[in-house]
Design a protein around this ligand. Structure first.
Ligand SMILES: Cc1cc2nc3c(=O)[nH]c(=O)nc-3n(C[C@H](O)[C@H](O)[C@H](O)COP(=O)(O)OP(=O)(O)OC[C@H]3O[C@@H](n4cnc5c(N)ncnc54)[C@H](O)[C@@H]3O)c2cc1C
Length: 293
């Protein structure tokens, strides 16, 4: 039988209260949101926090809204709400692509965007989605708020920029004209973690790619930010040849490990193919050509 080590439990009634508890209890305290990553780790004794601070009553952290030229998502927003959001479908369709293939309805009804990003599992889908969409995250502590870009959020495997006494409160996605995005994933069976997954976003202006975001899941020790691929795309007219070159870069710049999901060469190949496909679909969405692509 797998049983967690003993722990104290409290339910936060406000964000300020949760942060005060984190500050008071120190490094042995952990936030619990959906619990779909933390509880399995506790049962396996890979995590043994002495205190759990439950944030599930904090309705003020569960929202998706447009404000100041950004789509803003509260940290406690569940996968299912990301899947169903019309606002996200309009501006960032890669969320629905990803959410359709993240786990199963049981996990999606409970798991949160904050928990997904803070778990910082390299195989997790939403970190790549948020990276490609050029998201910034809001981290709050007793000293106030700071805003961190996704490129600086993951500081190592299962490690983030969220410090002691802090929590993630919001994800911000900048909205610009000419945007298109897509998430492509290959898994062994429905609901499984990725063998490899790629998130792509493009912003098209005057027939050229003004900016691009590319990030990969499950092919490195953290989410892979494909900066060399993004540089290749910027300023270019979209084409199959260009997307194929970006795919080659993805194969070269990822660093997968061999495991039960496949050997290194296979994962590198997938990273390339999925990058090409995600870019093709993101561009078709940006230019209104999706139905014909
Ligand atoms: C069977 C199964 C299959 C899955 N398949 C996939 C998949 O294919 N793709 C995928 O992307 N994910 C998958 N997941 C993970 C799922 O998406 C989880 O919901 C997610 O990883 C964690 O979200 P959570 O809200 O449950 O976080 P929790 O488990 O509650 O917390 C995870 C970590 O984040 C911290 N945390 C939570 N919220 C905050 C916050 N606001 N501020 C600071 N720290 C915080 C916690 O302290 C903990 O360290 C799967 C999970 C399961 C159980």
């Amino acid at each position: 039988m797998q049983t967690p080590a003993p722990f104290e439990y409290e339910r936060a009634t406000s964000v300020e209260g949760a942060i005060a508890a984190l500050e008071r209890l120190g490094s042995e305290a952990r936030i619990i949101a959906g619990g779909h990553s933390l509880l399995p780790m506790m049962k396996l004794r890979l995590a043994s926090p002495e205190h759990l601070i439950d944030i599930n009553d904090l309705a003020e952290l569960a929202y998706i809204r447009e404000e100041d030229g950004e789509v803003r998502i509260g940290a406690l927003t569940r996968h299912v709400d990301l899947l169903k959001s019309e606002l996200l479908a309009r501006h960032f369709p890669l969320f629905a692509d990803a959410e359709t293939v993240i786990a199963d309805p049981v996990v999606r009804n409970r798991g949160t965007i904050g928990g997904s990003l803070c778990q910082a599992d390299a195989a997790e889908d939403l970190s790549a989605v948020c990276s490609a969409a050029k998201a910034q995250v809001v981290i709050r502590g007793t000293g106030g708020e700071r805003v961190v870009g996704m490129e600086d959020f993951h500081v190592g495997p299962y490690m983030t920029a969220v410090g002691a006494g802090e929590m993630l409160t919001e994800v911000r996605l900048p909205v610009h004209a000419g945007a298109g995005s897509a998430h492509e994933k290959v898994e062994r069976r429905a609901g499984d973690w990725a063998i490899a997954a790629v998130s792509a976003a493009v912003w098209i202006d005057g027939g050229r790619i003004a900016d691009a975001g590319l990030a990969l899941s499950a092919v490195g020790v953290t989410t892979v930010h494909l900066t060399r691929g993004e540089e290749l795309l910027r300023g270019e007219a979209p084409s199959e040849e260009l997307f194929a070159k970006a795919g080659e870069i993805a194969s070269e710049d990822c660093s997968p490990s061999a495991d039960g999901r496949g050997p290194v060469d296979y994962k590198r190949h997938l990273a390339g193919v999925l990058t090409h496909r995600a870019l093709r679909r993101a561009t078709a969405r940006a230019t209104g050509q999706e139905a014909r692509s």
